[in-house]
Design a protein around this ligand. Structure first.
Ligand SMILES: [Zn+2]
Ligand SMILES: [Zn+2]
Length: 499
């Protein structure tokens, strides 16, 4: 039977009414036979709960997750202060032992994974990750290797990996997707999320935004390369992005002066002070609620990854650009920036690339490919000691001949059916997304994170070698446009000319 690539049932919007937050929450802890793709999607996470003073109440949820005995709580010095100490007190009945990472620039790498493994000592009955992305990933992989279940207490809405079932790890410096376990429960508290640094919340927003690119990359990969795809999962992610875009105003950095309008009209200073306090409290409350919704959204996209069993629903060229920047930072012992910051920038670049590729309303004119020997030379220059790994994962030439002819036809059909419409939105979405990130105090250009023009070019031109997956970057490469676009964008970005 021929694969159905293009019917209405493959459109995420066809499944919207089954892809809302409440419906998906109802699937937690179960396995569903998917009405959209026919696969069976398993969700191991059984609970997602927000509550005031969650640290004091978390132990009430453990029996229903089947957890008892003793636990190890994994944290770093910041998350210890934010919630870890209170969490230890709240888990007093479970003989908690704290493992606190004190490394300055913590990554989910061999050193961190090994040191947690050793610190586990007498096998505890369950693990608690108290933190955000990195702490959760370190705990997740240890949980996978030891078979000890874990729960996640989120201290910041900064990343979508909480609920994921796969683990991004640095393996000999190369960002690699490894297996992992999903947490049995994810717990959070509005006040704790709202108190996290503004930059972390902005990064979480950037990580959700990335799905705009991840989704179109995924759907085109399905059409061009027959990559496994599920329109229901795409719909969950799509709706999560829409919800998140609406939150942006409430997530913006709180500047008390801006929130108190016409203060000069109030002459009584006591009254003025009281109004200031009221306004600040209201703004904090709104921000707390917005942070919870952002966390819901991030968890939901994590659940989408768990359902698919891969990171594909949530990660496209946006993430590959970010991964290469991160790998090169670590190699050069440069202190890194937040995952969501780089991913948010990768998303803006991804939108720009799609707009440029298809600006004539037709497929781009075919241009020549980079010669194989030059490609290898460039990969060696960009990846340095990691180049052998990058070269082993990739081929020097994109598909050609009949294979490319077929893919080109599939891409043309996909573009006519939904692609042009989707990308047309970027004309307004790109400046809107940029401005929303700015309002949250996040970066929108690589140079704001200290990356040079050359590093920006390298990340766009050779981010694709991080994974042999079809994304915006591969699409541009196949039409022979990638290196020109990388140059154009890298040249224009520092002057703010590109978007
Ligand atoms: Zn499905
Ligand atoms: Zn991410």
């Amino acid at each position: 039977m021929e694969t159905d690539y293009f019917s209405a049932r493959q459109d995420p919007s066809y499944w919207y009414d089954q892809a809302d937050f409440t419906t998906v929450k109802g699937w937690l802890g179960s396995e569903i036979v998917c009405p959209a793709c026919g696969r069976s999607h398993k969700i191991s996470t059984r609970l997602m709960e927000e509550r005031s003073k969650m640290t004091d109440h978390i132990s009430e949820y453990l029996p229903q997750l089947g957890l008892g005995g003793s636990c190890v709580v994994v944290m770093d010095e910041n998350t210890k202060r934010a919630a870890g100490d209170r969490l230890m007190a709240g888990l007093a009945d479970y003989a908690p032992r704290a493992v606190v990472f004190t490394r300055d620039d913590l990554h989910a790498d061999e050193e961190a994974l090994g040191s947690l493994m050793i610190a586990l000592g007498e096998k505890p009955d369950f693990l608690v990750a108290c933190g955000s992305g990195t702490i959760t990933d370190i705990t997740r992989y240890n949980s996978y290797m030891t078979g000890i279940p874990f729960i996640s207490y989120a201290t910041a809405a900064s990343v979508d990996g909480f609920a994921s079932g796969t683990t991004p790890l640095l393996v000999q410096g190369f960002k690699t997707t490894c297996p992992g376990t999903a947490p049995l429960g994810i717990f959070y508290d509005a006040a704790v999320l709202a108190a996290a640094p503004d930059s972390m919340t902005a990064a979480g927003f950037g990580d959700v935004l990335a799905k705009i690119i991840a989704l179109i990359d995924w759907r085109l990969a399905f059409a061009a390369e027959d990559e496994p795809y599920c329109p229901l999962i795409a719909a969950i992610v799509d709706r999560a992005v829409e919800a998140c875009l609406e939150l942006a105003d409430d997530l913006a950095v709180i500047k008390p002066d801006n929130k108190v309008k016409k203060l000069s009209d109030i002459h009584n200073s006591k009254e003025k002070e009281a109004k200031l306090k009221r306004d600040q409290e209201a703004a904090l409350l709104a921000r707390g609620q917005a942070c919870v919704k952002l966390m819901d959204t991030l968890s939901l996209t994590g659940i989408a990854m768990q359902m698919m069993g891969t990171s594909r629903p949530a990660s496209g060229s946006d993430h590959h650009i970010s991964h290469l920047l991160e790998m090169n930072d670590i190699r050069r012992h440069k202190k890194g920036s937040l995952h969501g910051d780089k991913v948010g920038i990768g998303t803006l670049i991804g939108m720009k690339m799609y707009l440029r590729l298809f600006e004539q309303g037709e497929l781009p004119q075919q241009r020549p490919h980079m010669a194989a020997d030059l490609w290898e030379k460039e990969v060696r220059r960009v990846y340095g000691p990691l180049a052998d790994q990058a070269i082993a994962k990739n081929t020097p030439y994109p598909p050609s001949g009949k294979e490319w002819e077929y893919q080109r036809k599939q891409i043309a059909k996909a573009m006519d059916l939904y692609g042009y419409k989707y990308i047309d939105r970027f004309k307004t979405l790109l400046p809107t997304a940029r401005d929303k990130i700015i309002a949250m105090g996040g970066p929108v250009r690589p140079d704001q994170l200290g990356y040079s023009r050359q590093e920006t070019y390298d990340a766009i031109a050779f981010g694709k070698e991080v994974r042999p997956k079809f994304t915006t970057l591969r699409l541009a490469e196949r039409f022979g446009w990638l290196y020109d676009l990388a140059e154009e964008i890298a040249n224009g970005l520092p002057e703010g000319k590109i978007y």
